[in-house]
Design a protein around this ligand. Structure first.
Ligand code: SAH
Ligand code: SF4
Ligand code: F3S
Length: 476
């Protein structure tokens, strides 16, 4: 520890007070630096991966803005932060690519700071590689100690060399730290962290640790605060929201939590991500059905349609159980939009297995599906399985699946043509001047004439023309 020992000794022991203390320490440093440079210091956080990472980046941004950094584009930023993902190999490769470019920039601008955090940093091989070949990186931390960002930054400002702080796991959940939202009118809300499912292909449980649910009162308090601040749509976040609350002191189901969130004044839309099919209860379907606020959208990852492959994936449902569940949901909530994730080329997948996947897609007729080619992740059980599928086979299967998925999605989308839907206006349209983009309850997008001042408003829009996966419309 190189940090001035007096400053260090005076730091509170408890959280979040300790982090607010280090925010003040950093603030002084940044103010001095600003004085010297004669201009404000700037930062840019680049986020890879899922909604969970996006929310984490808002936490990093909240702290940086309190410290006195101003947001800017990456190529002019004094402080560049990459919040990384490692779910598939290509997510990793992207980060190394970016780092190569940053190395040159830092040579020309030695005062620049570079930090890496997120899921990829939880992999020991990655950290070893960074320590060896990327010494110009100033700060490396992981998913479990992101709350310590201010403290690590204070340390890094004092100490010129690379700081690496990675925790293996944690039980700690630090509440009440600053957060700067990307959107004024909607927000993600973590309801749980980590994952206990260990699907055999997936690295997330290794890099995000064991499942921990936030206390319902903390979640409700956060959403009430968001509502008071103008947020009308919340997305409840967890790797498997359907197992929410199982390990709380007073256990609570996800459906019960939804009922509580529904009561909060000012919140008009509730979304959630992600639902594991094995834990999706009748109680949840009932709550969704009765709710006026829960959006008509359910993301229900399939991964594979072959019961044999599902078993090897450790998904703990069969093709038949999945189909039964999807049918029940469509029956109970007919206007629901069903979306999914599918992996092609899991080790041992045959053409017959793949046909089963196509069969499920045809039967469920998804409104949208994210398709991925299996990526071998070091340390997961599937990585050491025999019969890894060849790249050529994967390519053929992937293209075939993509075509089917897109055909289904187009048909599903088209059935809304000519209807009027309530949409939340999210942004001005980048491609078409004078247009804005709104999102429907079922997650579909529509573009229509409007202006920036309408962002955050709910309006009724007539869906005049279907463009495949989105609509062109007019406000009615
Ligand atoms: N917790 C979520 C998924 C998080 S990861 C769930 O269980 O649904 C998002 C998606 O990435 C997964 O649904 C899966 O389809 C895909 N994925 C995860 N690991 C992968 C791998 N090794 N190769 C390819 N795709 C993968
Ligand atoms: Fe990965 Fe499975 Fe956990 Fe989802 S449920 S994060 S796919 S291990
Ligand atoms: Fe990626 Fe981590 Fe999310 S590995 S998908 S950013 S939990």
């Amino acid at each position: 520890m190189n940090l001035n020992s007096e400053i260090w000794a005076a730091a509170p022991e408890t959280e979040p007070e300790r982090q607010y203390y280090f925010i003040e320490v950093c603030k002084k440093q940044v103010a001095e630096e600003r004085e010297k440079l004669g201009r404000p210091l700037t930062f840019c956080v680049t986020t890879f991966g899922c909604q969970m990472n996006a929310r984490d980046s808002e936490k990093l941004t909240g702290i940086l803005e309190q410290i006195g950094y101003q947001p800017t584009e990456e190529d002019t930023a004094d402080f560049v932060i990459y919040n990384t993902c490692t779910v598939r190999e290509n997510a990793n490769l992207k980060v190394y690519g970016h780092l190569g470019l940053l190395k040159h920039r830092k040579k020309e601008n030695p005062h620049m700071k570079i930090a890496l955090c997120g899921c990829m940093m939880q992999e020991p091989e990655v950290v070893a590689k960074l320590k060896q070949s990327y010494r110009f990186v100033d700060l490396v931390f992981g998913t479990h100690n992101i709350f310590k960002f201010a403290e690590l930054l204070a340390e890094s400002m004092e100490n010129g060399s690379m700081i690496v702080d990675i925790w293996k796991d944690t039980q700690e959940i630090v509440e009440e730290l600053p957060i700067e939202r990307k959107y004024s009118f909607k927000s993600g809300v973590n309801i749980m962290f980590g994952c206990n499912n260990f699907c055999s292909y997936c690295i997330v449980p290794y890099v995000r640790g064991r499942e921990r649910s936030r206390k319902p009162e903390d979640i409700i308090k956060e959403i009430e605060k968001l509502a008071a601040d103008g947020v009308t749509e919340v997305m409840l976040l967890g790797q498997n929201v359907n197992s929410y609350g199982k390990n709380l002191e007073t256990p609570m189901t996800f459906a019960e939590l939804l009922r509580e969130v529904e009561k909060i004044d000012g919140i008009r839309r509730i979304r959630f991500m992600t639902s594991h099919p094995k834990d999706l209860s009748d109680e949840l379907i009932q709550v969704m059905k009765e709710s006026r606020k829960i959006c008509r959208h359910l993301h229900l990852p399939l991964q594979s349609g072959s019961s044999r492959i599902l078993k090897a994936m450790n998904r703990r449902y069969t093709k038949e159980q999945y189909l039964e569940l999807a049918e029940k949901i469509r029956r109970e909530i007919p206007d629901i939009s069903l979306t999914t994730d599918i992996i092609v080329g899991f080790p041992g997948e045959t053409d017959e297995d793949f046909e089963e996947t196509l069969d499920v897609v045809r039967k469920v007729h998804y409104d949208n599906a994210y398709t991925f080619i299996y990526s071998r992740r070091t340390g997961t059980p599937a990585a050491s399985m025999e019969n890894q599928v060849s790249e050529a086979d994967n390519k053929v299967r992937f293209d075939k699946l993509l075509k089917l998925v897109q055909d289904c999605a187009r048909e599903q989308t088209a059935r809304y043509t000519g209807t009027v839907q309530e949409v939340l206006i999210e942004e001005v349209n980048d491609h078409r001047p004078g247009y804005v983009t709104g999102r429907m309850s079922n997650n579909l997008l529509v573009h229509f004439p409007g202006e920036a001042s309408q962002i955050g408003q709910y309006v009724n829009v007539s869906l005049d023309e279907c463009k495949g996966f989105y609509f062109m419309g007019t406000i009615v």
